[in-house]
Write a protein that binds this ligand. Structure first.
Ligand SMILES: Cc1ncc(C[n+]2csc(CCOP(=O)(O)OP(=O)(O)O)c2C)c(N)n1
Ligand code: SF4
Length: 346
């Protein structure tokens, strides 16, 4: 073996990523399925537990780090992006995952999440969207639909809800994906893609809060509705759903998407998914559910240099050919001496 021979990482099993902590979510909560999917995917991703950090804010979903046998940080409400930024800048070799909820990430933490996305730090953001505040007993959140009745909106919310992926696109995210808590087959693919992306990967996960907002996504998540209403987007493949009998096309006169009924296999008019196209991603994210299916999978992926790489490159440029002199730095600019005569006895 010479110096250049890579040392293979020890292989892990899903159970190696699970802690001995009692999982304290309500029975039937969608968070369990997400936890399982993440633990199942980590061995395939192939990173080491000791190089992995899960950072969360506050909320039911934010209990996640307790259940992952890695380093973890259950931080303060909405501030996981700030803590994750510090961790990643201090040690860019670490693999950093952020787990947040729609309230944590988009309400109190909206500002922090926005800047994380536009800066493009190389971390994975998993935003569990249950369209409600779970931990604090079901108040409406920024993603709650208009008319949502809750302890804080007893007559129904009058607000226009925020769509997490649209928020991410608006903030300048370079990787935007969407999946479902129960999508045990597809979620690992999405997680692997998110991990492989060098920059902030934003993954919205539709999560069923069985206690305060049960089945709010049933129209496309329930087995009987899935095939007709889920459109899994695959780069380079036609945008088809309903067993390949329907597809999406762009009406060039109105510049709007349309659903087309097609004979199976005849995909001539159907759009081909181009995940590097910002315009197409925006169309997929903005199309209203009902007349249109729910677009899932990797909707947008167009990498650019990540934040910590750019910062390090800049640091190297700035310090090149310079000798560090801490004393000189301290004495530069505004400094003064406090003379003994200025001191008065107390
Ligand atoms: C500074 C501060 N404000 C408010 C709260 C109360 N609080 C705790 S969790 C939460 C919202 C959690 O909702 P979400 O992020 O959607 O997570 P979920 O519990 O649904 O997973 C709120 C408002 C708090 N803990 N700290
Ligand atoms: S309140 Fe909702 S989100 Fe929280 S643990 Fe219970 S089911 Fe899950």
């Amino acid at each position: 073996m010479n110096d250049m021979t890579p040392i293979p990482l020890p292989t892990t099993k899903p159970d190696d990523w699970a802690t001995d902590q009692e999982v304290r979510w309500c029975p039937g909560c969608g968070d369990y399925a997400i936890l399982k999917a993440v633990q199942r995917t980590m061995p395939d991703i192939g990173t080491a537990r000791e190089n992995t950090v899960f950072v969360s804010g506050i909320g039911c979903s934010s209990r996640f780090p307790y259940y992952m046998e890695t380093y973890g940080f259950h931080t303060i409400h909405g501030r996981a992006p700030a803590v994750a930024t510090g961790i990643k800048l201090a040690n860019p070799e670490l693999d950093v995952w952020i787990v947040t909820g729609d309230g944590d990430g988009l309400s109190i933490g909206g500002n922090h999440l926005l800047h994380l996305l536009r800066r493009n730090l190389d971390v994975q953001v998993l935003l569990f969207n249950n369209e409600i505040y779970g931990l604090t007993k079901g108040q409406y959140s920024p993603t709650s639909r208009t008319g949502t009745r809750s302890p804080t909106t007893p007559f129904g919310s009058v607000e226009r809800p925020l769509h997490p992926c649209a928020f991410a696109m608006g903030a300048g995210a370079r990787f935007v994906a969407r999946t479902i808590d129960t999508a045990q087959k597809n979620m690992p693919e999405v997680l692997k893609r998110a991990h492989a992306h060098k920059g902030t990967s934003f993954v919205e996960i539709f999560q069923n809060c069985i206690v305060y907002n049960a089945d709010v996504f049933a129209a496309f998540t329930e087995k009987k509705n899935a095939a007709d209403n889920q459109l899994w987007c695959v780069h380079g493949q036609p945008l088809l759903f309903a067993g390949g009998s329907k597809g999406l096309r762009l009406n060039s006169a109105t510049m709007e998407l349309e659903v087309v009924d097609i004979a199976v296999g005849d995909t001539a008019q159907v759009l081909i998914h181009d995940e590097t196209s910002r315009v197409q991603a925006q169309f997929l994210i903005d199309m209203p559910f009902g007349p249109f299916p729910m677009a899932l999978g990797v909707l947008y992926c167009d990498p650019v240099t990540s934040f910590e790489v750019a910062i390090e490159a800049q640091r190297e440029r700035v310090v090149a050919d310079k000798t560090a002199d801490f004393n000189a730095l301290l004495r530069k600019g505004q400094s003064w001496e406090v003379m003994a005569k200025e001191l008065r006895p107390v």
